[in-house]
Design a binder for this molecule. Sequence first.
Ligand SMILES: Nc1ncnc2c1ncn2[C@@H]1O[C@H](COP(=O)(O)OP(=O)(O)O)[C@@H](O)[C@H]1O
Ligand SMILES: [Mg+2]
Length: 468
Amino acid sequence: MTSIPCEPATRPAAPVVLLVDDQRVNLILLRGLLSPDYHLLEADSGAQALALAAADPRPDLILLDIMMPDMDGYEVLRRLRAQPATCEIPVIFVTAMTEENDERVGLTLGAVDYLTKPLRSPILLARVRTQLELKQGRDELQLRNDSLEVAVQQRTQSLSEALAHQRELNQRLEQAQLQLLQSEKMASLGQFAAGVAHEINNPISFVRSNLGTLKTYFEDVMAVVQAGDAVCRQAGAGPAGAAVADYQRLCQDKDLPYLREDLVQVLDESREGLDRVSRIVADLKNFSRFGREDWAWVDLHEGLHATLRLMAGQRPPGCEVQLDLAPELPLVKCIAPQMHQVFMNLLTNAVQAMQGRGCIRIATRRLDESRVELRFEDSGPGIAAEHLGRIFDPFFTTQAVGQGMGLGLSISWGIVHRHAGQLTAHNREQGGACFVLQLPLDPQASSAAPSSRVGLGAPVLLPTEGIS
Ligand SMILES: Nc1ncnc2c1ncn2[C@@H]1O[C@H](COP(=O)(O)OP(=O)(O)O)[C@@H](O)[C@H]1O
Ligand SMILES: [Mg+2]
């Protein structure tokens, strides 16, 4: 076998033609005809032909003899077609066989043409040129297809990136609209709450003052009654005996000693009730400071207590709350009404999940030098595994239509992120859900400084649940 050498990496300028024939004289003849125009490779057996066809430079065309010892041309062609590296190379059979049947077999196997010996040079050259031109055309087409495919892929990629970007923008827009809607709703709710609180404060203060006066008057009245009692006892069965007897009977019927004792208690209890109303009004006012975004150092325990007091009315009697509060939890810099809103949303969800029966445990602790952690655990059914990844999505809810908007957690998540904190959820081993809220003591000093931007992860939002 002879091969005109060539650098494997650099392709010859002329088309590469592989000549395969076991007869040396045939190879010489073909070489004489084709070498002026083509880069030739030569093989004198099927095995060598297969090796050269798969090596560099890859032939553009193979002239293949059929009758060869060891491996005939048909087998060589079959093997060429079986290999991805060689299956596309066009093959022209060159043979002394003239049987039409042989031509048919060759062409069926995938030969592109069939030349019979003795070869006539113009026909040989014309057919070789035609096949090479066809091959070149196919290669160019393939190249264009490839680059078109790359271009299509790039375009598809950039389109899908643009689409993803668009989707994100839409989502942000939706979130911003939602927040706007919510803050408007909460602003008016807040105004309403503040108005109600103001109106209630007035009667509270005069009822409180009247209760004080009532207690003093009552003591005076009792002093008078006691004095009358003493006079009656001295008068005994004198001239006013009948009136005295009536008076004493009346005192007995009305159980005067009991009245004296109980009335003071009733007045004290009423005062206590009023104090409670005042506290609720104060909490309400606190909550209603929506729109105001005061960052302040806040005692989260006080916030938790205030939230629980506000929720007391909504909490069914079968719903117990356990507090496991760290003795000296440091103050946290936050926007208090927003943080209260997070507490309220988490607690409302827990109460709803437990359907009014069970236990909520709130535990707080200092996590490290710069962070605190609050855990809200409940004994409800927990969160279905397939929902765990979605509960913080806006509008995700498993509640019946009209009962839940699916905003509580997404808004809470946004608030917590605005405070450079983290809000996560998992199911407890013993059943029930656990929401873990981690907050930096000073979000503005933490590496993930809070954002004032309105958008995903930074809602400026207020209660969706709880106060209404
Ligand atoms: N403590 C919890 N236990 C079980 N599931 C919960 C709990 N908290 C939230 N979820 C799930 O997360 C969903 C979304 O909650 P949320 O955003 O507050 O919206 P909503 O309360 O309006 O449904 C709820 O519908 C519920 O499926
Ligand atoms: Mg909710």
